[in-house]
Design a protein around this ligand. Structure first.
Ligand code: BG6
Ligand code: MG
Length: 214
């Protein structure tokens, strides 16, 4: 029986994807590095530093650690400026209804995100209090597809592997869920790539799955 759902944040709870893309694009343009939406899809779920390493694969030159730090800060400043504009409007369709349903069924809710901006984002969209446990990028050493974030979230909820589900939009996140031995509900990009145990067009279809039983 499912007793808890662990949600990824970016691209599942809130539509910050475009802001990540625009901030990385600004950095890539400044550095004269080719960057497009396909490369951006590879950044889903992975940490800020690993995202930069993926972007630098297209670079003509090597960067030293000081330059890397500067680029990470540059991207994050642009991104955090965009986050200041976040409101409840940016909550993804169906999420509020789904959280209400889970609450009515006493199913616990957690966040398992690679983002170090998780708390800021949850504050901005007013959903922090809805989650029983939150694991963010500050609390983990290894980024998705490593399972650390979901193992921590599951333990935080006090549940077994088969009592949880993960909801993810990133292919790396679905892999992390599987490495954590938890079934994955894919939405967005991961659903398009049919990577999940269930691949949903609409996150609210999770309610049907829960009602029917896995
Ligand atoms: C994930 C995003 O949620 O967080 C990634 O999908 C991002 O694209 C990662 O790189 C880290 O985010 P932040 O906010 O710590 O830069
Ligand atoms: Mg995501």
């Amino acid at each position: 029986m499912i007793k808890g759902i662990i949600f990824d944040l970016d691209g599942v709870i809130v539509s910050t994807d475009q802001y990540h893309y625009e901030a990385w694009k600004a950095l890539a343009d400044r550095e004269g590095i080719y960057f497009n939406k396909n490369i951006n899809n590879r950044l889903r779920g992975v940490s800020r530093r690993e995202s930069l390493m993926i972007i630098l694969e297209k670079s003509q030159r090597k960067y030293n650690e000081l330059e890397i730090e500067e680029m990470l800060n540059y991207k994050n400043e642009i991104y955090r400026n965009s986050l200041n504009k976040l409101t409840k409007i940016d909550i993804m369709s169906g999420v509020v209804e789904l959280l209400e349903y889970l609450e009515s069924q006493n199913i616990k809710k957690a966040i398992g995100s690679s983002s170090k901006n998780t708390m800021l984002i949850l504050d901005k969209i007013g959903l922090k209090a809805k989650f029983d446990y939150i694991v963010d990028g500050i609390m983990i050493t290894n980024t998705k597809p490593d399972p650390e974030v979901f193992i921590k979230a599951r333990l935080g909820l006090g549940l077994q592997e088969d009592e949880c589900l993960v909801v993810e939009d990133a292919v790396a996140g679905v892999m992390a869920s599987h490495y954590a031995n938890i079934k994955a509900i894919a939405v967005g990009d991961a659903a398009k790539n049919k990577k999940g145990d269930y691949n949903l067009d609409n996150i609210l279809d999770l309610i049907k799955i829960l009602k029917k039983g896995l």
